[in-house]
Every structure is written in C-alpha cells, then in structure tokens.
Design a protein around this ligand. Structure first.
Ligand code: ADP
Length: 451
C-alpha cells in the first residue's frame, strides 16, 4: 500500500504552487510545474525543479486534465497535486490519475464526487448524524415547488446551487415576493459558472459565524482534527480574513464541532486533509453547510497554531504513511490570522485591478508569514483569481495578534496595483472586531472608511 513519491506534478499556479514546491523541497521530492504561457514569469515557475509550458487558453490549460496526465507521464512524474480550485475537486481527474498509475494527492474520488454535490452530501451527512439546515432534499426545478418549500420552512430562505462554490449562485430571499426572480437569477448564475443549474432551498440563518474544522485522516482509519477556523469575515459570501482559533467560541460548542467532524470523517472512511464547514447561530446551534475535499486557501492559520505542515502530511498520507500523531499529541498555541491580499480596487466595488507591480516591500519579523506569488516588476495576468498573496500573522493572545497584524499590514507596500490592504486595516481598527464580536454580516455593516 506504500508508494513513495519521487517526482510530483503541480497542477496549479500562484502562491499555492509555490507552497507545494516548498513542501516538495523539504521532503526531497522533485517538483514539476505545468503552466500557461501567460504564467511564464510566475515566481513558482522559476522556483520549481522543472517547468513545462502548456499551449492554449490561459485558464483551460489548467483544466485540461487529459493533457496534464500526458505531461506527467512524459516527464516520469509519479504523483499529481491539484492545489485548490481548478482540478482539485474533480473526481474524474482523481480517477484518471490513478488509472494512469499516478498517485493523486488528495481524497478518494468517491468522496470528491459526493461532496461536489451539496444536496447529496447534505443528505449523507444527515444520515450519519451531522446536524444540517432544514431545506429541500433533492434538486428543485420548478419555482412553484420551491416556493412551497420556502413557505413550509419559513422565510428568510437561501437558494443555493447544488454544485456551487466561491459564493456564487446564492440568493437570500426575505419574503414570497422576491422569490421567483431570485430563483431564476440563481439558476442562470449556476448554469453559467458551474454548467449545472440544479438548485436547492434551505433556511437562511441570520447572523451566523462560519466555523470550519480542519481534519486530517490516513488510509488506516486514524482521524485527527486540527482545530477550527473562523471565516466569518466575508464579502459576497467569500472569505477575506480567516482566524484560528475563533476568538469568541465557547468551549462546549468548540468541542461539539470537533466531535461531530471527527465522527463524520471516521464514518465516511475519508482520507487526506479535508474541511467540514459549519454555521453556528446566535444560540450556538451548529449546522453543517458543506465539506471541502482539498487543501484550502486558509490552511496556514492551522499550520501555525498546531505546528503541523498540512501539505507535507497530505503528501505522506497519499504515499501510504500512517498519521504521525495522535489527537492527544496535538496542542494549540496562540492566535493566527490570515489576510487575503487581493488585487482589487476598493473604489470600484472591489473590481480586479491587474497590472505591473512597482515597488514591493514585504512585511517580516517575528510571527509573520507571507505566502505570495508576486514580486517587483511582475505583471499580474488578468485571466485568474485576484488573490495574489496571503499574509499570516501569529501571536500568543488575541490583542497581540491584532497589533501584530496592524504592524505587518503597515509594512506591506505594493505599488502599481490597487489592493484590499486598507480594508484589512479598517477591519482591525473596528471595535467590535477587536472584541471578537463578528458574524458573516460583519463586512456588510462595517462603516469604517477603507477606500
Ligand atoms: P460556497 O461553496 O459557494 O462557498 P457555502 O455553502 O460554503 O458556499 O456558503 C458560503 C457562505 O454563504 C457561508 O459561509 C455563509 O456566509 C453563507 N451561507 C451559506 N448558506 C447559508 C445559510 N443557510 N444561512 C446563512 N448563510 C449562509
């Protein structure tokens, strides 16, 4: 069952590609990067042991898994890591890798497929004892039928895309009046972005916190949780800041979240890293929303508070290694916050702001980690996500981590493009945030100036 990885193909780009290269270097694995022509100047392309340019559409080349497998075999790779986004949650890709003798660094294809479908996975989780939000249990195609469900569960409701992600294809509906148009809009958005218009309706939870549990599991049934992350600071249902641990979560609720997550993963027979996402309402009720079967953008905050290198362990689990630690051996230290640094213009509704980086001065010092895909003189290609770096800070206590973050963000100077750094500073300056009082509505209601 053990199969050592010697040469790993990285089917991704940007900061996560660099993060994967770093893990490979430390594990003594040769890293191979495939990239588009538009990405030829990427820092990860320069730092990989080997880089191969793929001809074609700048986005499609990262999705063309048949070609990626051909390249992997040509270059004698024995494994593929998909990172996040792109092919990371494509069960067909995972299957095709294994069929071609390549180790897919991630969970089993059956679990990727199950959790890609938000309706089926909700039903499955309910079946194994995880609390879920009341709503439709199969896709609803008919507006009338969907409205009847909304009536039954009571407004407000949220309409969601079965195969959705990135906060897209979601509509909150306060009353019957706006339902039909919201439903049609959600369907059109879901079809456009996910190629599938299947929708479901569930109760809209007012003012929840988004709390997720990081899980790591090997092929032998050993399951360990690595604590929670609070990802309530969101814009348009997309995470902007992630924190571990959640500053105001009571200990009972925290324990319950860990218990639910660990048990579910064990029952599923899931392996690799994974994240179970929950909403926690004002009465500390817990509801499962979805599970991500990949390494997540926000994994560094967990790495910092636990000292566990998630990428390296993920690779070793794929090689067939047993988990090297028991739950009791995991301890949590201090607070870590991650700030997603996006190339966006706050004065233009956070529209992407691509361009060439001029002067680039990065923060450093104790407790500061920067996972970045940019450098001075680098032109950010316009075809991809606007997140260009992640600033992660750590301190022993909550007050300290806020001060550290303010200092680090002050040190971060990026000329040539617009960024959301001022937004991060405004959040840190907010009194409610400083008290640890925030829900997923925080950014919608924040009045500080950050343009
Ligand atoms: P995606 O896969 O697009 O990220 P999620 O299901 O993970 O979608 O939800 C993203 C965010 O949307 C959540 O963190 C939360 O802020 C909001 N959300 C989703 N479902 C609900 C709900 N039933 N009630 C309230 N907010 C919700």
């Amino acid at each position: 069952m053990k199969k050592k990885i010697h040469k790993l193909l990285i089917a991704n780009r940007g900061e996560i590609a660099l993060r994967l290269i770093r893990a490979c270097k430390e594990l003594g694995i040769i890293s191979v990067v495939v990239h588009s022509e538009a990405d030829k100047d990427g820092v990860w392309v320069k730092k990989a042991d080997q880089s191969i340019e793929m001809k074609g559409h700048p986005v499609q080349v990262y999705l063309d898994y048949e070609n990626i497998i051909v390249v992997a075999k040509q270059h004698r790779c024995d494994a593929v890591h998909p990172g996040y986004g792109f092919l990371s949650e494509n069960a067909e890709f995972a299957k095709a890798c294994e069929k071609n003798g390549l180790t897919f660094v991630g969970p089993k294809a059956e679990h990727i497929a199950l959790f890609g479908d938000k309706i089926a996975s909700k039903e499955k989780m309910k079946e194994i004892g995880v609390p879920v939000i009341e709503g439709t249990t199969t896709p609803v195609y008919d507006v009338q039928e969907a409205m009847e469900v909304a009536q039954r569960i009571g407004y407000p409701v949220i309409i969601k895309a079965a195969y959705g992600g990135g906060g897209r294809g979601m509509r909150i509906v306060e009353s019957e009046e706006g339902f039909a148009s919201a439903f049609e809009n959600a369907r059109a958005e879901a079809e456009k972005y996910f190629g599938n218009g299947d929708l479901f309706v569930e109760k809209y939870i007012r003012n929840p916190r988004h709390i997720e549990v990081q899980i790591i599991a090997d092929k032998y049934g050993n399951v360990v949780h690595l604590g929670e992350r609070d990802c309530s600071i969101q814009r348009r249902h997309q995470k902007v800041i992630e924190i571990s641990p959640s500053p105001r979560l009571n200990q009972e609720t925290r324990k319950e979240l860990f218990r639910i997550a660990q048990k579910a993963i064990y029952k599923l027979g899931y392996e690799s890293v994974g994240t179970i996402e929950f909403l926690v309402d004002e009465d500390d009720e817990i509801y499962f929303i979805e599970m991500n079967t990949r390494i997540q953008v926000e994994h560094p905050v967990t790495e910092i508070t636990t000292g566990v290198d998630l990428i390296q362990r993920m690779i070793q689990i794929a090689e067939g290694d047993k988990l090297q630690f028991l739950q009791e051996e995991i301890s949590f230290r201090g607070y870590a916050i991650e700030f997603r640094i996006n190339a966006e213009d706050p004065q233009k509704e956070f529209m992407p702001s691509f361009g060439t980086i001029g002067e680039y001065l990065t923060p450093g010092g104790p407790g500061v980690r920067l996972d970045s895909g940019i450098y001075s003189g680098y032109t950010i290609p316009p075809h991809y996500d606007s997140m260009v770096a992640k600033l992660i800070v750590w301190a022993l206590d909550w007050e300290g981590v806020i001060k550290k973050a303010q200092r680090a963000l002050d040190e971060y100077y990026i000329d040539g493009i617009k960024t959301n750094i001022a937004l991060h500073k405004a959040v840190l300056g907010n009194e409610e945030f400083q008290k640890g009082c925030f829900t997923t509505n925080f950014l919608n209601t924040m009045t500080e100036d950050f343009a």
